[in-house]
Design a protein. Structure first.
Length: 204
DNA sequence: TTGGTGATGTTT
DNA sequence: AACATCACCAAA
């Protein structure tokens, strides 16, 4: 299996482009119990000050500080008093833009992911192993400690590669679970992939 | 299969 | 009081 770590340059591109191009790439996390790998199948773009649904809409705070770093960092936030979600920071320093990872197809060390999620170890529930932003964080063991991780380091990164995936079509829809900024079609997903989140909007 | 609810940090 | 959520249980 070939897994090439993406360069900084990739993350410095326009956020909508990064959100689309992350589809089919791999989230890799070096954990104590192995090298966890999953294919990114669903993302959402959040465009900083321009975007009322973005955490960065009202400018820099202690919570969203990582969003304002240069592209290629991991922004992890805690939400609804229970869950963590992971975002890929994009563009140059000070923009406050990022891409939310919404769903992942488990690829390697799947058993370790099942353990973290408390799912059946025979794989019968794998369809929901990482089919949502908080689920994928739990599967990969991503918590507050991972906030601010540099994706060019040795702990967490994104890789290009080919692991038995044919060409695919990109679906586009409005974003899930927000009210402000709902008119924008800034959700992207691999059409027909069985590991998508159960979020409702489904378009083109 | 759908719908209501609990858990409860962070910002408004 | 709202929120970039998910799991659970009850009702239909």
């Amino acid at each position: 299996m070939q897994l090439r770590k993406l360069p900084r340059k990739f993350y410095l591109q326009p956020t909508l482009k990064v959100a689309k191009e992350l589809l089919g790439k791999y989230l890799v996390r070096r954990a104590k119990d192995g090298l966890l790998v999953g294919r990114i199948v669903e993302t959402e773009a959040y465009l900083g000050e321009k975007d009322p649904a973005s955490h960065a809409y009202r400018g820099l705070t202690k919570r969203n500080e990582v969003m304002f770093r240069k592209g290629g960092h991991l922004y992890v936030y805690f939400t609804y008093g229970m869950h963590f979600c992971a975002n890929i920071v994009t563009e140059e320093q000070g923009k406050g833009r990022a891409v939310l990872l919404r769903a992942i197809e488990p690829i390697r060390e799947v058993e370790q992911m099942r353990r973290r999620r408390g799912l059946a170890l025979d794989g019968s529930d794998d369809i929901d192993l990482a089919s949502g932003p908080a689920k994928l964080c739990e599967a990969f063991g991503i918590v507050r400690k991972e906030n601010g991780t540099d994706l060019l380091g040795k702990k967490v990164w994104i890789a290009a590669g080919k692991i038995g995936l044919a060409s695919f079509k990109i679906g586009i829809s409005t974003r899930v679970g927000i009210n402000n900024g709902r008119e924008h079609k800034w959700r992207f997903y691999i059409k027909g992939n069985p590991y998508l989140s159960s979020g409702k909007p489904v378009d083109t």
